[in-house]
Design a protein around this ligand. Structure first.
Ligand code: NAI
Ligand code: 15L
Length: 287
């Protein structure tokens, strides 16, 4: 008789206090933009970080240099960690073959390594570009819900849809938990009018990753990730239910950015949807 698959358990009691003891967390993509920010911010929440990237991580001689295609290296890297924050991969648009290798096969290899080594939870950096073709709400329409149909705007966005589905499979089949965070724009400051709606400040990013690492019984949960922006486009209730309380708002940047760039024009295809210019002229991964 086959063993029944574990059931998704709704999280009813969000955890708001940091764990008593430091937890060992593998941070993939540690040399990248978000990885660099989180390397600075997450230790204050009691997490002991183990770092991994295909590139050397500046100022971190102990970081593991490994490609997501190297299963043996991944297996060693995940051994003994309590959780993984998975940021590594191509973070912009690229030819399908490159996305396939880094984001699709690479994420699969990481999940397999995690399953083999008994890791309990992964926090997966999904993206707004999984729903990039969704028009942003206008004229008082409600924020975009997390169960809105996925509408990837690029092969990159498509790879994030794959990652979310992979996470669901590994929860249903193997009991490996994931919080998939559809990150808006995580940068030190918003640099465009669109980002006023999408911005996830670094400090709120750390709050959200910490909540995703420590909330009880998440099964596979998909949430949107941004700050408490006045111009928010999507529903943050899922993230809040994990115990995330955003404290930042992009609005102080609005006057300058709107003066420089003007308000968004919903008649312009590059400005009418969550994914912004990714739907028309996505920035291309440079390597
Ligand atoms: P980034 O491009 O600055 O960093 C990605 C890192 O992954 C790089 O250091 C790169 O060397 C590493 N990497 C790429 N391929 C690899 C491979 N095959 N094996 C091992 N490492 C590899 O990206 P960023 O901005 O830091 O984003 C981090 C994650 O968050 C990405 O997965 C991205 O898709 C996601 N994300 C980021 C957003 C943002 O606003 N920065 C928004 C939405 C999602
Ligand atoms: C992303 O998914 C990218 O990784 C990041 O570089 C930004 O472009 C962000 O989305 C965004 O939409 O602003």
């Amino acid at each position: 008789m086959s063993t029944p698959a574990p059931r998704a358990v709704p999280h009813t009691a969000p955890r708001t206090t940091p764990p008593a003891a430091p937890r060992t967390v593998l941070l993939t993509g540690a040399a990248g933009g978000v990885g660099t920010l989180m390397r600075d911010l997450l230790p204050a929440y009691g997490h002991d970080l183990r770092l991994l990237d295909v590139r050397p991580v500046e100022g971190a001689p102990d970081a593991i240099t490994a490609d997501l295609g190297d299963r043996a290296a991944l297996r060693e890297a995940v051994r003994g960690v309590d959780a993984i924050v998975h940021l590594a991969g191509i973070s912009l648009e690229a030819p399908f073959e490159k996305i396939l290798k880094a984001n699709i096969e690479g994420t699969y290899h990481l999940y397999e390594a995690a399953r083999e080594e008994g890791v309990r939870r992964i926090v997966f950096a999904s993206s707004n570009h999984a729903v990039g073709y969704t028009p942003y709400p206008r004229d008082g329409a409600p924020p975009v819900p997390v169960d809105a149909p996925r509408r990837p705007d690029t092969f990159y966005g498509l790879s994030k849809c794959f990652g979310e589905d992979l996470a669901q499979l590994y929860w249903d089949r193997h009991g490996l938990e994931t919080v998939s965070i559809r990150i808006g724009s995580c940068f030190p400051e918003p640099t465009s009018v669109r980002m006023l709606s999408m911005w996830l400040s670094p400090a709120d990013g750390a709050r959200l990753f910490h909540a995703a690492l420590t909330a009880d019984a998440v099964g596979h949960t998909v949430v949107y990730g941004s700050s408490a922006n006045t111009r928010l486009w999507w529903d943050l209730s899922g993230a809040r239910a994990l115990g995330y309380t955003p404290l930042d708002d992009s609005e102080p940047y609005a006057a300058r950015l709107v003066a420089e760039q003007g308000e968004l024009d919903p008649a312009d295809p590059a400005q009418a949807r969550l994914g912004g210019h990714f739907v028309t002229d996505p920035p291309i991964w440079p390597y």
